[in-house]
Write a protein that binds this ligand. Structure first.
Ligand code: DAH
Length: 329
């Protein structure tokens, strides 16, 4: 019996030299210590050992069992801690992973910039709905009943009375009916027109509306405000001019042009906004005393302004959501 125990131990020691990871260690444990393992079988065969040999044999078997158990425990621990170490190993020489960070759309950037400039000039920002009624979009703004802008060709009508606003000017009407003057407001937003889509026009675009109503407002102040704006937005050296124009809701009316020289092309005047003194009819339509109050207003297309500033020549690219374009700004 003692010989059997001795050779089991020798075989175990030899097999141990081939153990190099948790899997091979577990295989060895099963071979020796599982229910049918070599050592377990020796323990079972103790019952057949003659009485006088039993104490010595028992002691030897126990020693073998303790010895192998200790080795298994120790090796298991050391394999496990090695594995942990290699799992949490950080390779500081690996190149970093680049994160994709989104960017603001060029139209939003332009709107933000315009808002900031006018906030600096004392304007507050207001917004109105894109679904508007005929009264706010046309009637209150002094559009005659047969004005061509009311035509189905220009306006997306939703019902007979409701439409997608064709400009941001109805926000003027909403503001003047809900707030008492003095008013100094900037009203940005989306507008819709039923136009053929081309490099120059799109069925949807953005405008920024401006409105000032007070007792002592002048056309000179309107000009001064807009000149201050274009100088901040396009740079001090920008060349500009005002031309007389017509809008149903302003009298007198003007348009502002800036000089634009696209790279490699001949320069020319480009219209960027319409403006004027609020027509007294409009003030009366919203319940403001036109004998006491005067107003000026302006409306500017954002896409055109952004295209001019960033040298873009096709408006459609602003709505394509092509990342190769968007990430350039
Ligand atoms: N609403 C006009 C348009 O869409 C632009 C405009 C012109 C707005 C003159 C104004 C203004 O407030 O005074 O073409």
């Amino acid at each position: 019996m003692l010989d059997k125990i001795d050779s089991a131990r020798k075989n175990f020691d030899e097999a141990l030299t081939k153990v190099n990871d948790l899997t091979s260690l577990e295989e060895l444990r099963i071979k020796y210590l599982s229910r049918k393992g070599i050592i377990t079988q020796i323990v079972d065969s103790l019952k057949d050992v003659p009485k006088e040999e039993k104490p010595a044999a028992g002691k030897a078997v126990n020693e073998l069992k303790n010895y192998t158990n200790r080795i298994f425990d120790d090796l298991k621990k050391s394999f496990e801690s090695e594995k942990k170490k290699s799992d949490s190993f950080i390779d500081l020489t690996l190149p970093g992973r680049e994160r994709v960070i989104g960017s603001k759309h060029i139209i939003t950037q332009t709107l933000d910039e315009i808002k900031d400039i006018f906030k600096g000039l004392g304007f507050s920002v207001y917004e109105g709905p894109e679904l508007e009624n005929d009264y706010n979009n046309f009637t209150a703004l002094n559009f005659p009943a047969d004005h061509p802008a009311r035509d189905m060709q220009d306006t997306f009508f939703v019902t007979e009375d409701f439409l997608l606003r064709t400009h941001t000017s109805p926000v003027q009407v909403r503001l003047m009916t809900s707030k008492k003057p003095p008013l100094r407001a900037l009203m940005p937003g989306k507008v819709y027109r039923n136009e053929a889509v081309s490099a120059k026009s799109y069925c949807l675009f953005h405008q920024v509306e401006g409105l000032v109503v007070d007792t002592d407002v002048t056309f000179a102040e309107l000009k001064g405000t807009l000149v201050a704006f274009v100088k901040q937005f396009f740079g001090k050296s920008v060349q500009y001019r005002f031309r007389p124009s017509f809008f149903p809701f302003t009298e007198p009316s003007a348009e502002m042009d800036i000089w634009w020289e696209p790279k490699g092309k001949e320069g020319r005047w480009m219209e960027i906004l319409g403006c004027g003194m609020v027509d007294p009819n409009v003030l009366e339509n919203v319940g403001i005393d036109s004998e006491k109050y005067i107003g000026y207003a302006f409306g500017m297309g954002i896409e055109r302004t952004a295209m001019r500033k960033y040298g873009i020549d096709d408006i459609r690219i602003l709505f394509d959501n092509d990342k190769r374009f968007l990430t350039q700004f």
